[in-house]
Ligand binder design. Structure first.
Ligand code: CAA
Length: 240
């Protein structure tokens, strides 16, 4: 039986590459998105991957959406909590709203995505959970107190879930991308971005496919003993 995989934020950027890689690996994939209907429709047309619209920051919407995915495709075996946003500002300028929006989406959103599928994984004694963290959760980043807090939190989540899930053959791991060529990184002011690229020994941004490769590895049936770990893919910019 094909494994059913849910990828939040799965129709654009790194998430789209993950959705496609899991499909190529034989999974039946559901990709969620929060707002961009056109991008989602185009993604489905190009890939044949079904998309679902809900806000990961909303627990009830996540629960209902996940129930719909399971009704359509069957029980979810693999969940990739990828949806994330930035609201960068130096701390002295960061508003409580910028703090809250990032916490709600990037951290509470991870809870909202995993919590509804967790009981089924325990019952069926199989599950693969991957959370997309970030290099900036490992090292911190000027202008990202909010984002770095959530991405460091992701690592705490998977290390704890790994211990709770292991006896049910559920793994939970994090992938920490470095700076990848996506809209999110392109939104960084050009001068700042060029300075960041100068700090990457690879001398370039990463590609979304290079992150998808890590996820494809972690969710395989054969990866059952890799649990609570963090894979860094950052062009040698930082070693955790
Ligand atoms: N280290 C030290 N100083 C820095 C700095 C840095 N990394 N970045 C900026 N500064 C300094 C500037 O030189 C400037 O100093 P002066 O006042 O002496 O000139 C000051 O900080 C900038 O202050 P501003 O008040 O002008 O800052 P701003 O309001 O324009 O905000 C910023 C700046 C939004 C933080 C901007 O620097 C920025 O966007 N930085 C990039 C943050 C970043 O890396 N985001 C990652 C996005 S991609 C992502 O998140 C994906 C992933 O997982 C990797």
């Amino acid at each position: 039986m094909a494994r059913v995989a849910l990828v939040t934020g799965g129709s654009r950027g790194i998430g789209a590459a993950i959705s496609k890689a899991l499909k190529a690996q034989g999974c039946t994939v559901a990709a969620t998105y929060a707002g961009n209907d056109d991008a989602a429709a185009k993604f489905t047309e190009e890939t044949g991957i079904k998309t679902y619209k809900w806000n990961a920051a909303d627990y009830d919407a996540s629960k209902a959406g996940i129930a719909q995915v399971e009704a359509d495709l069957g029980p979810i075996d693999i969940v990739v909590a990828n949806a994330g946003i930035t609201r960068d500002a130096p701390f002295h300028k960061m508003s409580p709203e910028q703090w809250k929006e990032v916490i709600d989406t990037n951290l509470t959103g991870v809870f909202n995505t995993i919590h509804p599928v967790w009981p089924g994984m325990r019952e069926r004694k199989f599950g693969r959970v991957v959370v997309i963290s970030s290099i900036n959760g490992q090292k911190g980043q000027f202008g990202q107190v909010n984002y770095a807090a959530t991405k460091a939190g992701d690592i705490g989540i998977v290390r704890s879930l790994a211990q709770e899930g292991a006896r049910f053959n559920i793994t939970a791991n994090a992938v920490c991308p470095g700076y990848i060529a996506t809209e999110m990184v392109m939104a960084v002011p050009e001068k700042v971005r060029e300075a960041i690229i100068g700090q990457i020994p690879a001398g370039r941004l990463g590609e979304p496919d290079e992150i998808a490769r890590c996820v494809a590895f972690l969710v395989a049936d054969e990866a059952g003993f890799v649990n609570g770990s963090t894979i860094s893919a950052n062009g040698a910019q930082f070693f955790a």
